[in-house]
Design a protein around this ligand. Structure first.
Ligand code: PEP
Ligand code: MG
Length: 758
C-alpha cells in the first residue's frame, strides 16, 4: 500500500471512530502497522497539571496508558514539544534528555521518532514511534509521522472544543455538561433562547437529529419516499437500456434492493419506531453509518460503492425534505442554528422571535452577519465545532461580543449572562437619550450619520433613529431572497418604496453586487477563488441585460423624488467605470428622451474597496460625483485575509495600521478633488472605527441602523483635536490590536466604556 493510501485509510478509519478514545487507538494501531515498527504512542498535553500524559499506545505496557505523565519540558517527549519539531534518534537511551519510565517497559526499545501535534501554533501533544532495533527512521517514515500528527491535531482541537479532551485527561473531575463553542463575534449582544436547527438541503451530513412529532406520520413519509426512489430507479434503468451494459445497469437494481425492508429500509423503520426519530434523521443516521463502513474497506471496488450509497442517500433525503411536515409552533426566543445559514434561512421562521444566530460556517462579514447587525441580533459565525445538528430544542446562550455559543450552561454562568442581558437593555435604553441630540464632537465638529439598508426592517429602524440618508442600499439583498431575477417592475416597486421612505433624504443605491460570498441560487457562480473572481461590476458589465434592467428600475423609481444616487461596486479600473457610465447614460437617455420620463440625472459614484482604486483615487474622484469607501472589502484585499474564513478571522481587522494609512490616502485624494466621500463599511458602525475615520477626514459615516446611537454617543464624547491626535499616535503602531488597546485606554471614560464591545 502506498503512503498516500495508508494515510487515507487511517484518516477514514479515525473518522468513523465512535469517540475520541477510539480515534487515538485507531491511530496508534494503524501507524504502528503501517510503519512496521514496535511501538506507536500518543502523549497529550494536560494544561491542568502542565504535563504530557500517555493517552494511547500500541506496543507499550497497556497499564501505563493514562498513568504515565511527563512533566512539561522533561524527557524526549518534552523536548519534541518544546522545540515544536520532530526528533529522530537511533539510540534514544544515550540522549541526555532520555527519561526512563519502568512501567512502560521502554527499556526494550532503542530507536525513537517523535513528532509534535500542533494546532494553530499550540502544541497539543506528541506522536511517538519506537523500535526494538537500533535504526534510524528514514525520511519517508519521518514525513509520514509528521503528516499523521498534523491530521490528528484537528481531531484533538475538536475534542478540546467539545470538552471531550478534558474529560479524557481528567476523568476524576466532576462532569459538567456545559460547553463553550467559539466562533467569530459577528453582531454584538447576548441572548438566551431555544435552538431551531436549520438543515441545508440534501446534505446528508447536515441533517440535524430530530425527534418525530408523530411516529406514524414519519413512517408514512418514509415509505412514500422509498417507493418514489424505487420507481425513479426503475425508470432510470429502463431509459438506460442500450446506453449502459446490463452489468452497469445492475446498479439500479441494487439500489432498489437496498431500500427493501430486509435491508436499509428495515433499519430506518426500527429507528423511527423504537427511538422515535424523524424519518430524515433516521435515514441519514443509517445511510451515513453504511457509507462510513464502505469507505473504510480495503477493497477499492467496495470503497467506491460508498459514493453510490451517498447518491442513494441524497435521493431519498430530497424526497423526505419535499414532504417534510412544516413546523408551525415556535418557541418565543429562537436561536437560529445551522451549518451554513444564509439570508434565506430567515424565511421559514417568524423573524420577530429570532433572538440570536449561530452558524458553523461564515464569518463576521458574511451576509447573514450583516443582516444580524442590521436587525440587532447577536450573531456568531464560524463556530466550526458546534454540534449544531444535535441542538434542536436545546436552550443555549449566544454571546455575540466574544463569539461564544454556550450549550448546557451551568447555573452560575447562566446567572452572569442573565444580568448582562439586563445591563444591555439598560444601556440601549440609556442610548435613547441621544436620539434628538446632534452628532457633534465636543469641539463642535459635525459628522453625518447615514444608514446601510437592504431589508425593509432596517430602513424602518433607521428612520426611528434619525438617519440622515442612506449611504448604502444593498440592492442584492432582495435578489438573494428570491428564486429568479426580479422583473424591472418588481425592482422599480421595491426601489420606489426605499426612495419614498427616505425622501427627501438622499438614497445611495448600489448596483447588484453578487459573486464573492453573495450567491444567487438561480445564477450560481462556482469559482475556486470567488473573491478574486467574477463579482460586482464585473458580472454586471458582462451581463448588460441584467444591469440595464436594474438601472432602468432605479431611475424610473426616482421619478418625482430625485433623491437617488447610483453606486458602483468593486471598481478596479477606469475602463470599468467608463463602461458602466456608458450604460448609465444609455438608460438615462432612453428614459428621458425616448420614453418621456422627467427624471433628474442621478449622481453616480463608485465604491473604493479594491486597493487599485486607492492608488488611482485622484483620477476616479475627478470622474464621479461621489465616492464611498467599502472598508469590508478594502480590509480583506489589503490584508489578503478572506473576510469569511473563520480560521484567519483574527487577522481581519480594519484597525490594522495599513488600512488606516490607505484610508488617509483616500480621504486626502477626495479632498484634493473636492469630491464628496463617505464610508459605508462596517468600520463606520464601530465606535473606535468611527473615531479614526472622523480623524482621517471622513464626515459622512454610513452604518447599520443598530449602530447609529452607539456611534453618536461615542463621537459626542470626543473632540476632533483629540481624535486626530489619536490617529497620529496609532499610525506607527505594529498591529490592529495595539491600535484598539491604545484608543480604548485613551478614551476610557465611564460614559462610553460600555460601547467598546467587539
Ligand atoms: C464593503 O465592502 O465594505 C461593503 C460595504 O460592501 P459589502 O460588505 O456589501 O461587500
Ligand atoms: Mg464590498
Amino acid at each position: 500500500m502506498s503512503i498516500l493510501e495508508s494515510l487515507r485509510k487511517i484518516v477514514q478509519e479515525a473518522n468513523s471512530a465512535k469517540n475520541f478514545d477510539e480515534v487515538l487507538n485507531v491511530i496508534v494501531h494503524q501507524v504502528k502497522n503501517t510503519m512496521d515498527t514496535s511501538v506507536c504512542s500518543v502523549y497529550l498535553y494536560n494544561k491542568k497539571d502542565d504535563n504530557y500524559v500517555l493517552m494511547a499506545s500500541d506496543g507499550l505496557n497497556p497499564d501505563a496508558v493514562g498513568s504515565v505523565c511527563l512533566p512539561s519540558g522533561k524527557g524526549l517527549v518534552g523536548l519534541v514539544a518544546s522545540r515544536a519539531e520532530p526528533i529522530n534518534l537511533e539510540e534514544a537511551s544515550v540522549h541526555p534528555r532520555f527519561a526512563f519510565f519502568p512501567e512502560t517497559d521502554e527499556q526494550l526499545f532503542h530507536s525513537f521518532l517523535g513528532s509534535p501535534i500542533i494546532h494553530q501554533r499550540v502544541v497539543l501533544g506528541v506522536l511517538v514511534v519506537q523500535d526494538k532495533q537500533t535504526r534510524r527512521y528514514d525520511e519517508s517514515e519521518e514525513s509520514f509521522l509528521v503528516t499523521i500528527a498534523a491530521q490528528l491535531s484537528g481531531v484533538i482541537a475538536h475534542a478540546n472544543a467539545t470538552g471531550e479532551l478534558n474529560r479524557t485527561l481528567n476523568p476524576q473531575d466532576t462532569p459538567t455538561n456545559e460547553r463553550i463553542y467559539s466562533g467569530v463575534a459577528s453582531a454584538p449582544g447576548i441572548a438566551i433562547g431555544t435552538v431551531i436547527a436549520m438543515h441545508s438541503h440534501t446534505a446528508l451530513q447536515a441533517t440535524p437529529s430530530r425527534q418525530a412529532i408523530d411516529v406514524d406520520t414519519e413512517l408514512i413519509l418514509f415509505r412514500k419516499a422509498m417507493s418514489l426512489v424505487k420507481s425513479d430507479m426503475r425508470a432510470l434503468d429502463k431509459s438506460m437500456v442500450g446506453i449502459l451494459s446490463d452489468q452497469e445497469r445492475a446498479l439500479f437494481d441494487a439500489y432498489v434492493c437496498m431500500l427493501d425492508d430486509q435491508a436499509l429500509g428495515g433499519e430506518v423503520i426500527v429507528l423511527i419506531n423504537e427511538d422515535g426519530l424523524s424519518a430524515q434523521s433516521a435515514w441519514t443516521q443509517v445511510i451515513l453509518s453504511h457509507i462510513n463502513m464502505f469507505k473504510s474497506m480495503t477493497d477499492s471496488y467496495l470503497r467506491e460503492r460508498a459514493s453510490d450509497l451517498e447518491d442513494l442517500g441524497r435521493r431519498v433525503l430530497s424526497y423526505l425534505q419535499e414532504t417534510e411536515t412544516k413546523r408551525t409552533v415556535f418557541p418565543d426566543n429562537i436561536v437560529l442554528v445551522g451549518e451554513d445559514l444564509s439570508a434565506a434561512s430567515f424565511a421559514s421562521v417568524p423573524l420577530e422571535k429570532i433572538v440570536a444566530i449561530a452558524s458553523v460556517k461564515g464569518s463576521r462579514n458574511s451576509h447573514l452577519a450583516i443582516l444580524g447587525r442590521a436587525i440587532g441580533i447577536p450573531t456568531v459565525m464560524g463556530a466550526i465545532d458546534l454540534p449544531w445538528g444535535n441542538l434542536d430544542g436545546e436552550e443555549v446562550i449566544v454571546d455575540g461580543h466574544n463569539g461564544h455559543v454556550i450549550v448546557y450552561p451551568n447555573t452560575s454562568l447562566r446567572k452572569t449572562y442573565e444580568s448582562q442581558v439586563l445591563e444591555e437593555k439598560l444601556l440601549a435604553a440609556d442610548l435613547e437619550k441621544f436620539l434628538d441630540q446632534p452628532c457633534e464632537t465636543s469641539d463642535g465638529h459635525k459628522v453625518s450619520l447615514w444608514v446601510n439598508t437592504g431589508l425593509r426592517i432596517d430602513s424602518m429602524l433607521s428612520l426611528d433613529r434619525g438617519a440622515e440618508g442612506v449611504g448604502l442600499y444593498r440592492s442584492e439583498i432582495p435578489f438573494l431572497m428570491l428564486d429568479r431575477f426580479p422583473s424591472e417592475e418588481e425592482q422599480r416597486k421595491s426601489y420606489r418604496e426605499q426612495l419614498e421612505m427616505f425622501s427627501p433624504r438622499p438614497v445611495t443605491m448600489r448596483t447588484l453586487d453578487i459573486g464573492g460570498d453573495k450567491d444567487l441560487s438561480y445564477f450560481p457562480i462556482e469559482e475556486e477563488n470567488p473573491f478574486l473572481g467574477w463579482r460586482g461590476i464585473r458580472v454586471c458589465l458582462d451581463h448588460p441585460e441584467i444591469f440595464l434592467v436594474q438601472l432602468r428600475a432605479m431611475m424610473k423609481a426616482s421619478l418625482g423624488l430625485n433623491n437617488l444616487s447610483i453606486l458602483l461596486p468593486m471598481i478596479a479600473s477606469m475602463t470599468e467605470l467608463d463602461s458602466a457610465l456608458v450604460l448609465i447614460n444609455q438608460v438615462y437617455n432612453e428614459l428621458t428622451q425616448e420614453e418621456g420620463y422627467e427624471i433628474q440625472r442621478p449622481h453616480v459614484g463608485i465604491m473604493i474597496e479594491v486597493p487599485a482604486a486607492v492608488y488611482q483615487i485622484h483620477e476616479f474622484a475627478r470622474k464621479v460625483d461621489f465616492l464611498s469607501v467599502g472598508t469590508n472589502d478594502l480590509t480583506q484585499y489589503l490584508l489578503a485575509v478572506d473576510r469569511n474564513n473563520s480560521r484567519v478571522a483574527d487577522l481581519y481587522d480594519f484597525c490594522h495600521p495599513a488600512v488606516l494609512r490607505a484610508l488617509r490616502v483616500i480621504a486626502s485624494g477626495a479632498k484634493d478633488e473636492c469630491t464628496p466621500i463617505s464610508v459605508c463599511g462596517e468600520m463606520a458602525g464601530d465606535p473606535i472605527g468611527a473615531i479614526l475615520l472622523m480623524a482621517a477626514g471622513f464626515s459622512v459615516l454610513s452604518m447599520s441602523a443598530t449602530s447609529l446611537l452607539k456611534v453618536k454617543a461615542m463621537l459626542r464624547q470626543v473632540s476632533l483635536v483629540e481624535a486626530k491626535q489619536l490617529l497620529e499616535d496609532v499610525s506607527l503602531m505594529p498591529d490592529a490590536q495595539s491600535v484598539r488597546n491604545y484608543v480604548e485606554q485613551a478614551l476610557n471614560k465611564a460614559e462610553v466604556s460600555g460601547l467598546f464591545s467587539r
